[in-house]
Design a protein around this ligand. Structure first.
Ligand SMILES: [Zn+2]
Length: 55
């Protein structure tokens, strides 16, 4: 599960792994691009489960 802030809904939303659009390896960790329930694309840093998701 990922918790990230959605500026459209102005709240923190909880998104599951099925909402992942893209994973990026960065020097600061794995950036996860998620699609919110509202359709907005949000970026979160996965701090708790650094496992990559199999395609
Ligand atoms: Zn949203």
């Amino acid at each position: 599960m990922f918790f990230t802030y959605c500026p459209t809904r102005e709240t923190t939303v909880m998104l599951s792994a099925s909402s992942i659009v893209e994973l990026r390896n960065t020097p600061g960790g794995i950036e996860v691009v998620l699609r919110c329930h509202c359709g907005e694309h949000l970026t979160a840093v996965n701090l708790h489960e650094p496992r990559p998701v199999a395609a």
